[in-house]
Design a protein around this ligand. Structure first.
Ligand SMILES: *[C@@H]1O[C@H](CO)[C@@H](O)[C@H](O)[C@H]1NC(C)=O
Ligand SMILES: *[C@@H]1O[C@H](CO)[C@@H](O)[C@H](O)[C@H]1NC(C)=O
Ligand SMILES: *[C@@H]1O[C@H](CO)[C@@H](O)[C@H](O)[C@H]1NC(C)=O
Ligand SMILES: *[C@@H]1O[C@H](CO)[C@@H](O)[C@H](O)[C@H]1NC(C)=O
Ligand SMILES: *[C@@H]1O[C@H](CO)[C@@H](O)[C@H](O)[C@H]1NC(C)=O
Ligand SMILES: *[C@@H]1O[C@H](CO)[C@@H](O)[C@H](O)[C@H]1NC(C)=O
Ligand SMILES: *[C@@H]1O[C@H](CO)[C@@H](O)[C@H](O)[C@H]1NC(C)=O
Length: 381
């Protein structure tokens, strides 16, 4: 029994010594010829120390690491590909990757980031080309941190950014304004409901924008203007959104018709609502706003809405008429009830008028007689 325990301890010691000798951290697999180190699903609580300097590809996946900071990757200048996916990482500190001067690809997908420091992704020399932040946010509250870190991390040479699966409801304007070299932006599988002025500002090299699987019901004028502001070579993906084919969709359908060259999946976009329109191609609704296309107007429910409006207008006019008629009746009734008093008043008014008139007439006669007027003026003096 004792012998067995001793042998186990000895072999464990031997193992660790041999691991040290070849310079590979415990629970990791290292391959010097392939310049690769893998520490996959080993229940690690932090990034292991002792990763060999030759490492170019480092995979630390499926562990329990909650925080990473600058001390996590000291002296690893040769790393070009780093994957930290699926680790429950909740905090990325400032300058975490700034020691990785050759880093080109960073995969942080499937973590639970709640705190991202503004300069979390800064890499001196701007070597980073691909950043995978798919399913990375703990919840939507981290979106402001994310937007700030994308602005402050000097990612001017980034080519691909994957932000899919983050339940994003809204993107702050100018989030991507310092990503001038970005070619591919993946925003699929989020909960975006609208595109606003400034959402895609600064993406002057963009070639692909993936907005599939969001919650867009339509895109209005502001959003269409924003999409039109993207470079002409950009290819858009807009499928699997709950396009809602009611009155108001026509401008989007018409835009889609003229932008078929840019929207890669334009032909596959279909209505999701209302139920009787389900699976109707959006392109078939283009022109629904054109003159003389009465049939289509009915299809999008615009005519019915118009009729409803007319009806309510008519109702309110009728109501107004009834009220006015009633007021008039009351007025007449009051007049009738007071007819004696009114007659008397009119008589007295007439008498007063006559007196005034006669007085005026008398004065006029005096004024128009020069002699009399002279008398009166001298009398005044
Ligand atoms: C990086 O790789 C080069 C050449 O492969 C090597 O000379 C250098 O020592 C490596 N860096 C480190 C920190 O080991
Ligand atoms: C990002 O990571 C996810 C999951 O790990 C993967 O499915 C996706 O293809 C990656 N994105 C890119 C652009 O490689
Ligand atoms: C996100 O999570 C934090 C911490 O649990 C919480 O305080 C916050 O309300 C959450 N935000 C949303 C939008 O759910
Ligand atoms: C979308 O993202 C959620 C997490 O936000 C994930 O559970 C789901 O599998 C993703 N769906 C697809 C089709 O990728
Ligand atoms: C977008 O905002 C800018 C100023 O930030 C303004 O000049 C421009 O007219 C706006 N565009 C639309 C379509 O609202
Ligand atoms: C819509 O089209 C899909 C595939 O084209 C089909 O599977 C589905 O049954 C259709 N739904 C309706 C309501 O027609
Ligand atoms: C669709 O676009 C074409 C040009 O690409 C145009 O000729 C046609 O009139 C448009 N249809 C509608 C209904 O707007």
């Amino acid at each position: 029994m004792q012998g067995l325990a001793l042998r186990m301890i000895f072999s464990a010691l031997l193992c660790s010594i041999s691991a040290r000798a070849s310079g590979c951290p415990l629970r990791c697999e290292c391959s010097e010829p392939a310049h690769t180190v893998k520490c996959v699903s080993k229940d690690l609580r932090s990034v292991p120390s002792g990763i060999p300097g030759y490492t170019r590809n480092l995979f630390i996946m499926g562990n329990q690491i909650s925080r990473i900071g600058p001390e996590s990757f000291k002296g690893l200048d040769n790393i070009t590909t780093l994957s930290l996916s699926n680790n429950r990482i909740s905090e990325v500190e400032s300058q975490t990757f700034s020691g990785l001067r050759s880093l080109r690809t960073l995969d942080l997908s499937s973590n639970q980031l709640a705190v991202i420091h503004p300069e979390a992704f800064t890499i001196p020399g701007h070597t980073l080309r691909e950043l995978n932040l798919s399913r990375v946010l703990y919840n939507h509250s981290a979106v402001m941190d994310l937007a700030n870190s994308l602005r402050w991390s000097t990612l001017g040479q980034l080519r691909t950014l994957d932000l899919s699966g983050n339940r994003l409801i809204y993107l702050p304007p100018h989030t991507f304004s310092f990503l001038g070299a970005l070619r591919r932006l993946i925003l699929a599988n989020n909960s975006l409901v609208a595109i606003h002025n400034g959402t895609f500002f600064g993406l002057s090299s963009l070639e692909q924008l993936d907005l599939t699987l969001n919650t867009l019901r339509t895109i209005q004028g502001e959003g269409l203007a924003e999409l039109d502001s993207l470079p002409v070579k950009v290819r858009l993906l807009l499928g699997e959104n709950p396009w809602t084919c009611i009155c108001g969709l026509e401008p989007f359908a018409a835009w889609l018709n003229v932008s078929q060259g840019q929207v890669e999946d334009a032909g596959r976009l279909v209505c999701a609502f209302p139920p009787d329109m389900r699976n109707t191609s959006l392109l078939s609704l283009a022109g629904a706003h054109g003159e003389g296309s009465g049939g289509n107007r009915v299809v999008l429910g615009c005519l019915r809405v118009g009729e409803d409006a007319d009806l309510t207008l008519q109702t309110s006019y009728m109501f107004l008429g009834v009220v006015l008629g009633f007021v008039g009746l009351v007025f007449l009734l009051v007049l009738y009830l007071n007819r004696r008093g009114i007659k008397k008043r009119i008589m007295s008014m007439r008498d007063a008028c006559t007196e005034v008139w006669e007085g005026y007439h008398y004065r006029y006669e005096i004024d128009s007689d020069p002699r009399l007027s002279q008398v009166s003026t001298t009398a005044d003096i």
